[in-house]
Every structure is written in structure tokens, then in C-alpha cells.
Design a binder for this molecule. Structure first.
Ligand code: 6R9
Length: 653
């Protein structure tokens, strides 16, 4: 398969980590999920998932739990369920209407508190408004929004009437929005005049105007007023949210939708090819998202305050800001802005203000906080926190330790959760009341899931060996395909290993059989006949006290095949970093991992190129290291960062 070509040899296993953190006794004693869950689930997986589906309200019970015609799965066939009813009506009817669903915090400091009863009313009004605009069951609705409550309302309104939402990151370009509108054939776009980022209003409506100008298939643009900035207006097409939604009835009788009715499309950008519209459906998705949110974060909805500090335009936001927390009647925090506006303690101020008990964020954010220094969080009361989560990239052991110590007060378990847009929900993660924490390891597949590591022939690797992560059995929240392209679905995920789902990541099993994720196999380096993962070299660099972040790539080399080139961001305390420090860093990697992993070249940079969800775009750094034109940068957060790096690289020795 073209998208994951490298990594023919077994991955070398270089990193050794011996620190261990057993679950706190009180958390273990009261945990939602106990150790026995693994065995019970393994004994009868479909019965296990049927039990989890039973946590939800079904309008019509299913006939069959799983209909598996590889590689196409249907879950809970014959069943009918409404996602919005499960997230809202059911809780209000159970007397929880006054519980806070969201403590919303705008970047400028404005706030909104929204209860379950209020959210239900808002969603019914928005559902009625979408119907008035001509949206019917099965139609696609694009959502291009800032992080405001109306974004959640729009998603749930779609789910309620059976329209399929397609959220596009508010930071994506006109082109990225346009290709997604084309591919999904969206009929309505929900947007806002703008949102607040980095202390100023940023605009959204002009990008929609441009994209929609060439796309007559879009019949209406529904616009939320957030910043009050001037917007161009197309009469007949554009509609203000407050004009149409506010006058609707708060009553909407929801019907059950087929368990396999499409819920949403979320595009993931492949490294080269056109973005893939990952399709998720209704019953199985909600089942696994709801279960994993409850199990991995040990949610106690009466007392917890849960915060996923991520954008809703990332699958993490869909599953763990919206559907997971709401299906469990939890109280969440939702934050509009950036972590350093107006000051670098913004996140910790929010934790203190709302008494956040569980926080979930990406390693990229954690490493940024490391760079800013531990004195920043030290100024806030973070004692409410009881569990911390990580998602999006492998968490370097040193970042894990920092997170646990400086944010978690050396008390909270850290759950490193591995999953993808395609998997819909968490697949591999510790359970905070059961699993011993190992810094850097995602540990075990969750109960009911069959995840393994195999060699290039598809045979399971032994303990202490590296290879490819695969999923052996269908799971409820698995993607149901790529929108409009079943062949590409088969090629991309099911052709590398016969009968196994291949997510494209490298992984290893340690001596205890626990799983460590080693990054995308596309990024694996081949140095003098050894496959070395970028993750392990990056983690070795980050374990040096002067380094906050590191990105490592293999650049073509006539002698060794590939040479290891590293880009590092130094911690605040470390100063500029001269030749002596660079030599020290190279020696530090060699002594942690062995001489084979010693970087040929290390460059100090102020920023690294990242996607909007914080993943390092190593292919762009490879372009720099091999002196090539830069490839596609349309999903990059900050295009300026690449120019700085390229200029610096050109002048470095
Ligand atoms: C949820 C999400 C998926 C890719 C995935 C992997 C990487 C995510 C990770 C992780 C190591 C973790 N990834 N979580 N790698 N440890 N805990 O990120 O979805 O944006 O589709 O990305 O992210 O490479 O294949 P998505």
C-alpha cells in the first residue's frame, strides 16, 4: 500500500524505561472498571459490546449484535437509536436537567454555563431551523466554526434529524474547506462571523464566502454572530443563526435512526493523496465512545468536571468533548482559545476556576508547557485533578513524568490513549484504577478489543519485539468506510495484512507484553540496516534537561541509507544552545539508545511544523533535510514556521 511503504524490517527496540506508577488505592477501590473486565469481555466479545450498548436508550432493540462481512461490519443491525436523545432528552427526563453540560469559556474571558435542559432546548430549536432550511435526513451539513456552544448544538441538531455533519477545522484554508464541500456534497454550511484566537477576532465567514461562491450546491450559509465583525452578506443564501434559530419551538419529536445510519464524516489528510472522508455511523459509534469515556476516564458524572482541551474539528473533540461526555451526562469544560492568551497560565487558571477533575490533551501541548517552565502551573491550585489523559502522538516518557508531576501533583494516573479518526474511539489505553502506569506506554487494548503487534508477515511478535500495530476483530466504533470510495477503504486499511486492520503505526511489545506506539511507519528511519522509530530518538532528546520538543527525520545518506536529522526546541532555561550543547545532545542520544541512533545533525529551531491537532509534520522536515521543495502545506497551523526552519537549515553547517 502506497501510504505506508516503509518499514520492511522489524523495528529496533531501543528505549528502556523502568519507572512505574501503580493506581492510587482510593481510585482503584472506587473505579468504574475493575481488572476482571478484560477476561469477561474476551470470553464473549459480542456479549460484552451488547452489554455496553445497553447503557444507551434504544427506540427499537437490535436483532443482531454484529454482522461481519470482512472488511465491512455492521453493528446492532435492526436497532434504532437517536444520538441526541441519548445525549440530552434521556438525562433531562431522568431529572438531570439542571446539571451543567458545559462550562464554556471564551478566550477574552466571557463565559456561558449551559445545563442539560438548556442544551436540549437549543438543539431542538436548531433542529427545527435546519428542517426549515430544507435539510433532510441523510443530507450533509458542513460545520466550520470556532469553539463555541453553537458548534456542539449544530452537531447534535444534525444527529437529531439524521443529517450527516462534517466539521472542518476553523483554521483550515478556503481550499481545504472547498475540497471537503465538494467531496461530501454538503447542502448547508454552518459558520460564524469569526472567533477569538491569540487575543484578536479571527474571521471565518470570508473563507466560506469564497468557497461557496464556486459551489452552487450549497443552498444556505447559517451564520452565528460571535465577534460582531463586519461580514459580506448574500441575500437568500445567508441566514443569521439568531434570526432563524431563536424563533423556533423548543419542541422537536426525535425519531430513532437505524443503528447504521451515517452520523458524521470527518476528513483526515493523508500525507500525499486527497483527504479521506472517514464515515462513522450511529449505534456502534455511540456505544464505544460512551463506554470508553466512562471506562478510561473513570467518569463519575455527579462530581467530575471533565475537560478535553482540543478542537472540535479534530476527532478527539467529536468523541470526547461532545458524544462521550454528553452520553454519560457528564459536566465538561469547553474553551475557545489558545493556551497562552492572555497569559501562559490560561489552562491552569481554567482548571482552578472550574475545579477540573480530569484533563485530556495532546503531548504537543504538554511539551509546550514544559518549555514555558513548571513555575507557570505552580501558581495555580490544581488539586482538583485526579486523572490526566494524553492523545494524538506518542507521549515521550519525560513529558509524561512532567505532566504527572507538575500538573498532576505526582498523584494522578496518566492515561496515554491510542486511537485514530478511523477507530472513532479509544482502542489502547491504561485503565486508571487497574493498570500500572509506565511513562510512554499506551499499555493494553481496552476490554472487548483485539489489538496486536505483528511482523511484516502478519505473525504476532514476541515480547520485547517491534512491528506493526493491527486490529484483529471488528469493533463497534470502527469507520464504516471512506465516503464514496469503498475500494480506497479496502486498499488503505485492509490490504497490508490479510484479514487484519492496519492503522499505519509502528509499535512494540515490551517484556511484559505491554504496547508502546512508535509513530507512523512512513516516518520510520532505515539507518545502516536498522529500522529506528522517530519516536524513540525524539523521546531520548526530550529526556535531556535542555530539550522541550524534538522532531526527527531520516534524510537520504549515501553511506548509511538514511542519516538521522533532528530539530529541537530548547526549554526556557536552556538559553540559545551552542556547539557544546549540540554535541552533548548527540552523545546523550547515543548513550540512551546506542550509537546507531546518534543524530548526524541537530538544529535548534523556535517552532516545529504541526497540524491543527498538534502532530509534527515530519514529511516537511524531511523535505528541508533533503533540500527539496516543500510538499502540501494546506493543513499546517503556521506556515511561517517552515520558512524560518528552511532558512536556518540552509545556513547551518
Ligand atoms: C485521536 C487521533 C491518528 C494517529 C494515529 C497515531 C497518532 C494518536 C496516539 C498516537 C501514539 C497515542 N496517535 N494517539 N500515537 N500514542 N496515544 O489522534 O486521531 O488525528 O486521526 O490521528 O495519531 O499515529 O495513527 P487522528
Amino acid at each position: 500500500m502506497a501510504e505506508t511503504s516503509q518499514g520492511q524490517e522489524a523495528l529496533s527496540n531501543l528505549l528502556h524505561e523502568s519507572r512505574r506508577f501503580p493506581p492510587p488505592a482510593d481510585l482503584a477501590a472506587a473505579a468504574n472498571v475493575k481488572a476482571g473486565a478484560y477476561e469477561t469481555a474476551a470470553a464473549d466479545r459480542t456479549a460484552f459490546w451488547a452489554e455496553q450498548a445497553g447503557r444507551l436508550r434504544w427506540e427499537k432493540p437490535w436483532d443482531t449484535v454484529l454482522d461481519w462481512q470482512p472488511p465491512f461490519a455492521k453493528w446492532f443491525t435492526g436497532g434504532e437509536i437517536n444520538v441526541a436523545v441519548n445525549c440530552l432528552d434521556r438525562h433531562v427526563e431522568a431529572g438531570l436537567g439542571d446539571r451543567v453540560a458545559y462550562h464554556w469559556e471564551g478566550e477574552p474571558g466571557d463565559t456561558r454555563t449551559i445545563t442539560y435542559a438548556q442544551l436540549k432546548d437549543m438543539v431542538c430549536q436548531a433542529a427545527n431551523a435546519l428542517l426549515e432550511l430544507g435539510v433532510a435526513k441523510g443530507d450533509r451539513v458542513a460545520i466550520y466554526m470556532p469553539m463555541i456552544p453553537e458548534t456542539v448544538v449544530a452537531m447534535l441538531a444534525c444527529a437529531r434529524i439524521g443529517a450527516v455533519h462534517m466539521v472542518v477545522f476553523g483554521g483550515f484554508s478556503v481550499d481545504a474547506l472547498g475540497t471537503r464541500l465538494d467531496d461530501s456534497e454538503a447542502k448547508v454550511v454552518v459558520t460564524a462571523d469569526g472567533g477569538y484566537r491569540r487575543g484578536a477576532p479571527s474571521s471565518l465567514k470570508p473563507a466560506v464566502d469564497q468557497a461557496v461562491a464556486e459551489r452552487p450546491a450549497v443552498e444556505h450559509v447559517l451564520v452565528v454572530r460571535r465577534t460582531g465583525q463586519e461580514v459580506d452578506w448574500t441575500e437568500g443564501r445567508d441566514v443569521w443563526w439568531h434570526d432563524i434559530v431563536d424563533r423556533q419551538s423548543t419542541e422537536h419529536a426525535a425519531e430513532g435512526h437505524d443503528a447504521e445510519h451515517p452520523l458524521y464524516i470527518m476528513y483526515t489528510s493523508g500525507t500525499t493523496a486527497k483527504p479521506k472522508g472517514i464515515l462513522h455511523t450511529t449505534g456502534g459509534y455511540l456505544t464505544q465512545v460512551s463506554y470508553t469515556h466512562w471506562a478510561v476516564f473513570d467518569i463519575k458524572p455527579e462530581t467530575d468536571v471533565f475537560w478535553t482541551a482540543a478542537d472540535i474539528g479534530w476527532v478527539t473533540g467529536h468523541s470526547y468533548i461532545v458524544y462521550g461526555p454528553l452520553s454519560n451526562a457528564a459536566t465538561s469544560v469547553m474553551y475557545e482559545g489558545t493556551p497562552d492568551t492572555p497569559h501562559k497560565g490560561r489552562f491552569w487558571e481554567i482548571v482552578e476556576k472550574y475545579g477540573v477533575t480530569i484533563a485530556y490533551m495532546a503531548p504537543t501541548a504538554i511539551r509546550t508547557f514544559m518549555k514555558w517552565g513548571s513555575d507557570v502551573p505552580a501558581q495555580f491550585d490544581l488539586s482538583s485533578l485526579r486523572i490526566l489523559g494524553s492523545v494524538g502522538e506518542p507521549i515521550n516518557p519525560e513529558a509524561y513524568i512532567w505532566y504527572r508531576k507538575h500538573i498532576g501533583g505526582d498523584r494522578t494516573p496518566v492515561v496515554d490513549t491510542w486511537w485514530q479518526t478511523e477507530t472513532g474511539a479509544i482502542m489502547v489505553s491504561p485503565l486508571p484504577g487497574v493498570t500500572e502506569g509506565k511513562p510512554g506506554a499506551a499499555m493494553r487494548p481496552l476490554p472487548g478489543l483485539a489489538v496486536d503487534v505483528v511482523d511484516e508477515k502478519g505473525e504476532p511478535v514476541g515480547n520485547g519485539e517491534g512491528g506493526y500495530i493491527v486490529v484483529r476483530e471488528p469493533w463497534p466504533s470502527m469507520l464504516r468506510g471512506i465516503w464514496g470510495d469503498p475500494e480506497r477503504y479496502k486498499d488503505t486499511y485492509w490490504s497490508r495484512f490479510d484479514g487484519l486492520y492496519f492503522p499505519g503505526d509502528g509499535a512494540k511489545k515490551d517484556e511484559d507484553g505491554d504496547l508502546w506506539l512508535l509513530g507512523r511507519v512512513d516516518d520510520v528511519m532505515l539507518v545502516s540496516g536498522h529500522n529506528i522509530s522517530t519516536t524513540e530518538v525524539e523521546s531520548a532528546l526530550v529526556s535531556h534537561p535542555s530539550v522541550a520538543e524534538a522532531a526527527v527525520v531520516g534524510a537520504k545518506d549515501p553511506v548509511s541509507g538514511q542519516a538521522i536529522v533532528s530539530f529541537v526546541i530548547l526549554r526556557g532555561e536552556a538559553g540559545e544552545g551552542g556547539e557544546a550543547l549540540l554535541k552533548e545532545l548527540r552523545d546523550h542520544v547515543a548513550s540512551s539508545l546506542g550509537p546507531i541512533a546518534k543524530p548526524r545533525k541537530i538544529m535548534v529551531v523556535p517552532e516545529l511544523p504541526k497540524t491543527r491537532s498538534g502532530k509534527i509534520m515530519r514529511r516537511l522536515l524531511r523535505d528541508v533535510a533533503e533540500n527539496r521543495e516543500l510538499g502540501d502545506v494546506s493543513t499546517l497551523t503556521d506556515a511561517g514556521s517552515m520558512k524560518t526552519i528552511r532558512d536556518a537549515f540552509g545556513s547551518a553547517g
